[in-house]
Design a protein around this ligand. Structure first.
Ligand SMILES: Nc1ncnc2c1ncn2[C@@H]1O[C@H](COP(=O)(O)OP(=O)(O)O)[C@@H](O)[C@H]1O
Ligand SMILES: [Mg+2]
Length: 254
């Protein structure tokens, strides 16, 4: 059975200009789009969501001076609150979904994933359950602990799970060029020429914003796995992506 990985950005499901402010109507709408797709399709779906205002401001406040158990705890607690809201919404919409917390299942080395327990993810998929991972603060062999973005989780999961479709839903129509137009396709060949127009996030974001997203997904494209960046804030776009239709920017090797 083919596997689809969908990341929903923190910018979509939270108000990033605030602290711990979720966008319930957006979370519920996306849950309905996912539920409708799951009902019609026998496909393994793995969800990843960003932390938005339940992680970035907390990591900035509690982890800016480096590792502390209390900082890890407070940051993780916040993103876990958002994860619970997402899980509640998915389950209410009829999606059998369970949480997988990176802090409890992953090990980093200088920010890079070196281990992620996928045993439980595989078992959930076998039972038709949608595992829901999220950006998190994770134990790191070098740094003590480090922020693991949802954007970094997707390429790792895509490789180990041999995923057929990968998408990152954000709050913009795709990767935009200097004039604000959506770039239909990004390959390693054209990246150098457009990189200067791709930046971090406009809001509080301790990970890489759009440039981080594109960099992670370009690395994945090198393994022959392409992906899409599209606007999950627009109604119907999550459905479009899940159904394999054209959406946003394609990141591909060629
Ligand atoms: N060239 C670009 N195209 C699209 N977005 C860009 C670009 N450069 C910077 N950005 C910023 O990146 C943001 C998306 O990254 P981010 O806020 O981290 O979203 P997410 O919550 O989905 O991870 C956009 O809202 C925009 O402010
Ligand atoms: Mg981000």
């Amino acid at each position: 059975m083919s596997t689809v990985i969908l990341k929903i950005g923190g910018s979509v499901i939270t108000d990033k200009s605030s602290v711990e402010s979720e966008k319930r109507t957006e979370i519920e709408r996306i849950s309905r789009e996912i539920a409708a797709f799951k009902k019609e399709n026998d496909i393994n779906l793995i969800l990843v969501h960003g932390a938005g205002s339940f992680g970035h401001p907390q990591a900035m406040k509690w982890l800016k001076d480096g590792f502390s158990a209390r900082g890890v705890y407070l940051t993780h607690r916040s993103v876990k609150t958002l994860n619970s809201i997402v899980l509640e919404s998915l389950n209410n919409a009829g999606v059998a979904a369970l949480p997988v917390h990176p802090l409890s299942s992953c090990i980093l080395e200088n920010g890079k994933i070196i281990d992620l327990g996928i045993g439980q993810i595989r078992l959930m998929l076998e039972k038709g359950i949608t595992p829901v991972l999220h950006g998190d603060v994770v134990m790191d062999r070098v740094k003590g602990a480090a922020v693991l973005s949802g954007d970094r989780l997707i390429p790792y999961l895509a490789s180990v799970m041999n995923a057929s479709r990968i998408g990152a839903g954000s709050d913009v129509d795709g990767v935009l060029d200097y004039s604000g137009k959506v770039i239909k396709k990004i390959t390693p060949q054209i990246f150098a020429g457009i990189k200067k127009n791709i930046q971090g996030s406009a809001s509080t974001d301790v990970t890489g914003g759009m440039l981080g997203k594109v960099s992670e997904l370009l690395e994945l494209s090198g393994k022959g796995i392409s992906s899409r960046i599209f606007n999950a804030s627009r109604e119907g776009m999550v459905s479009r992506f899940l159904n394999g239709e054209d959406a946003g920017t394609l990141i591909a090797d060629k």
